[in-house]
Design a protein around this ligand. Sequence first.
Ligand SMILES: Cc1cc2nc3c(=O)[nH]c(=O)nc-3n(C[C@H](O)[C@H](O)[C@H](O)COP(=O)(O)O)c2cc1C
Length: 189
Amino acid sequence: MIKDLITRNRSYRRFYQGFSIERETLRELVDLARLSASAANLQPLRYILSCDPQRNALIFPHLAWARYLKGWSGPGDGEEPSAYIVILGDTEVTRSFGCDHGIAAQSILLGATERGLGGCMIGSIKRQKLRRALEIPTRYKILLVLALGKPRETVVIDTASPAGDIQYWRDSKGVHHVPKRPLDDIIIG
Ligand SMILES: Cc1cc2nc3c(=O)[nH]c(=O)nc-3n(C[C@H](O)[C@H](O)[C@H](O)COP(=O)(O)O)c2cc1C
């Protein structure tokens, strides 16, 4: 079951924008992050939730999508995410967040997948602009944004070629292909 869930948990970047996600759903997803591992159990992560169109519109312009898809600048009108979870690090707890936010993000996205939702971790963020838009105090470092919604695209996993081309791509039918390196190539000892 965990392999099935992880396989279905792909990065989705096109959504049914009209689909609503309740704030309570986002709270339940953050609760999965709350229960996850944290270095020294410091639990320095904080979260901002957004699920209404007005707040979503403050976040969307400050995110960069799918750098390998040249000529596609991100979700179009009607394809934008229904919700976001902004993951912050509280610098008054620690200045080093290690991989806590990656673990939290994966827990949240697995929970979203289990519910029939999908999303994408976004690390390419215009941080100063997002900080201003959401009025995020400087004590919080902006670590990741999770975009969430009802996926409107098909994403498949391919086996990366021996040459090791790992760039994802979209075929003529709009299916998004994600090459993954073979198991024997990544276990080196
Ligand atoms: C830390 C991190 C940051 C990422 N940042 C972005 C981003 O800024 N924009 C984007 O479109 N995808 C982003 N991604 C998604 C990756 O592109 C995606 O995980 C990769 O293409 C593999 O696809 P998969 O998640 O379906 O396995 C990020 C993923 C991770 C783990």
